[in-house]
Design a binder for this molecule. Structure first.
Ligand code: GRF
Length: 193
């Protein structure tokens, strides 16, 4: 994506399902001079997502879609994204799997953050698996989204040391703190190429 940084010309949609701490870090990043993105809309499948409150706090448009009717929801989202001229989607704790055709229509323009050092531990319960396997390190990854779950091209990663005393909770907190730095860094990386 040969877009220059500093002009905030990358109209971004952030998709969430839960707490939205990555959304918050992206919003803060988007307000920095060096940021190439402006966050135009927050999309959620879950009306109870705590992250939706950031829409109100930061005055960003938000919209909830019912994924019980998955195809219909995706169609409506695509329409909305076109209308808003969105050219980047950041998945940030979005717990629905997007269809191949949706991904195809935004090819190379969808990013995801995942709480493991991919290709290790695709899918759910990543911290549990890292602890159970007595790994010395875990971490997080930002990658392009492809039609195979958690398998698209890796943009950047951050490592986190796992100590014997770590629990699921302490590890999750440490990784999340790194995620908040990694997502903005990965965005800067792809748009300054
Ligand atoms: C993060 O750990 C992210 O990597 C994963 O879901 C979690 C979302 O956290 N995909 P939050 O909603 O951004 O706080």
């Amino acid at each position: 994506m040969a877009l220059s940084t500093g002009t905030k010309n990358i109209k971004t949609a952030v998709f969430i399902s839960g707490k939205g701490s990555n959304l918050k870090s992206l919003i803060k990043f988007s307000k920095l001079k060096k940021s190439p993105i402006s966050i135009e809309i927050i999309i959620s499948n879950n009306p109870k997502s705590k992250g939706l409150t950031f829409g109100k706090i930061y005055k960003i448009r938000k919209k909830i879609f019912n994924f019980d009717k998955h195809i219909k929801a995706e169609k409506e989202i695509l329409k909305l994204l076109k209308k808003r001229k969105i050219n980047l989607i950041c998945l940030a704790g979005f717990m629905k799997i997007l269809s191949k055709s949706f991904i195809q229509s935004f090819k190379g323009q969808i990013l995801n953050i995942h709480p493991s050092l991919l290709p290790k531990y695709k899918g759910l319960n990543t911290h549990e698996r890292a602890i159970d396997n007595k790994d010395s390190y875990s971490g997080c990854t930002v990658h392009f989204v492809s039609s195979k779950l958690d398998s698209g091209k890796i943009i950047d990663q951050k490592k986190v040391r796992i100590y014997k005393k770590d629990t699921l909770r302490t590890l999750a907190n440490k990784v999340l703190a790194e995620e908040h730095k990694l997502y903005p860094e990965a965005i800067l990386k792809i748009f300054s190429l």
